[in-house]
Design a protein around this ligand. Structure first.
Ligand code: SF4
Length: 343
């Protein structure tokens, strides 16, 4: 693994020894103000670090100031084909561009974009997505074509003496995705944004992405991450966070909960989802156990810092396996939430 050059995206620094940042992307047009505000709020609540918006037209550019004032997250403008939109987005204050210079026919315009990006000190992410490559014959062919395309994008920027670059290469096949990212890592020292495209909905998409990205994370590859999922935006951030936590790349709250069985007499699922929401953006290490019953509860969760377990229609609060209080489920849950607030 090569240590990557540090690059700032607004107030977030990626590369070097900095933590891996979680990204997501608004699923609405930036001009849909109410939805924009709602989605930004949801992403911030679950601890998203960087947000991307599609900028397909002038109306989107005109909406950038509203997006910027509605969030503390750095905002990335995603632009295709149109240098004028890129220039206007930079002037509107976005913190990064996602743009492939090869999409822009006018070579003078590329120079203007890189010059302005330098002046505003913002990075440009260039990337390759297998979905945009035609006539793939085999995995080897796909890998070669992705390498060549990415290389040509980087060359265009470097010829303009622009090096505030972030790289990405994505596809929907875990093994190929891993191979192209390993190639990038060995050949460049620009920060890498990792993810798997068209991963699907929550369950299949999260599993497929975890399989694809875990070997890269284990080898220290990846400076920013997105888990692209169909559905609620918060799920993308939560899935990325769980993946980073399980890979020992991020501190946070780990919730240990049992699957429940015939011994369980309380609604573990309901209370676990409340705790998940409350603790999503906490970045201190803590393990919370939520167990269905006392038969195995405190014992099974003896490693947990705090937790609760059902007990004959009531519940118990425990710390490191020792029972501290007994009461109704509501009382014990309230005590648990008080403990959580101290984390
Ligand atoms: S902790 Fe109790 S309720 Fe949960 S699975 Fe184990 S035995 Fe069943």
């Amino acid at each position: 693994m090569k240590i990557k050059k540090e690059t700032s995206i607004g107030n977030v620094i990626v590369g070097g020894g900095n933590p891996i940042s979680i990204q997501s992307m608004l699923s609405c047009h930036p001009a849909q103000k109410q939805i924009v505000s709602k989605q930004l709020r949801e992403l911030e609540e679950v601890g998203c670090d960087i947000v991307r918006i599609a900028v397909p037209d002038n109306e989107a550019v005109e909406s950038i100031p509203y997006v910027l004032k509605s969030t503390n997250m750095p905002v990335v403008a995603d632009i295709h084909f149109n240098a004028k939109l890129a220039l206007a987005s930079i002037k509107s204050g976005v913190h990064k561009l996602r743009m492939n210079p090869s999409n822009i026919k006018d070579k003078d315009a590329i120079g203007m974009v890189t010059k302005l990006a330098k002046q505003y000190s913002i990075p440009i992410r260039v990337g390759v997505n297998l979905g945009s490559i035609k006539n793939i014959q085999s995995e080897e062919d796909a890998l070669e074509k992705m390498k060549q395309l990415l290389k040509s994008e980087i060359d265009i920027l470097e010829q303009e003496d622009f090096t505030k670059i972030v790289l990405s290469a994505k596809c929907s096949k875990p093994k190929l995705n891993e191979r192209i990212n390993r190639w990038i890592d060995s050949n460049y020292n620009y920060p890498i944004h990792i993810g798997l495209t068209e991963a699907g909905s929550l369950l299949p998409g999260s599993i497929k992405t975890a399989i694809a990205l875990k070997p890269l994370l284990d080898d220290g590859i990846g400076n920013t991450i997105r888990v692209s999922l169909t559905g609620e935006l918060a799920n993308e951030v939560n899935a990325a966070r769980y993946l980073l936590q399980a890979s020992d790349k991020m501190n946070g709250v780990v919730i240990t909960s049992c699957p429940t069985c015939g011994r369980c007499k309380w609604d573990v699922k309901k209370y676990v989802s409340i705790v998940e929401k409350e603790t999503a953006s906490i970045r201190s290490s803590c393990t919370i156990a939520m167990m269905g019953c006392e038969v195995n509860g405190p014992g099974e969760a003896s490693e947990a810092d705090i937790g609760m377990a059902g007990s004959g229609g009531k519940a118990v609060l425990f710390c490191k396996g020792d029972i501290k209080r007994t009461g109704s489920t509501e009382e014990i849950f309230e005590l648990l939430m008080e403990e959580i607030k101290k984390i």
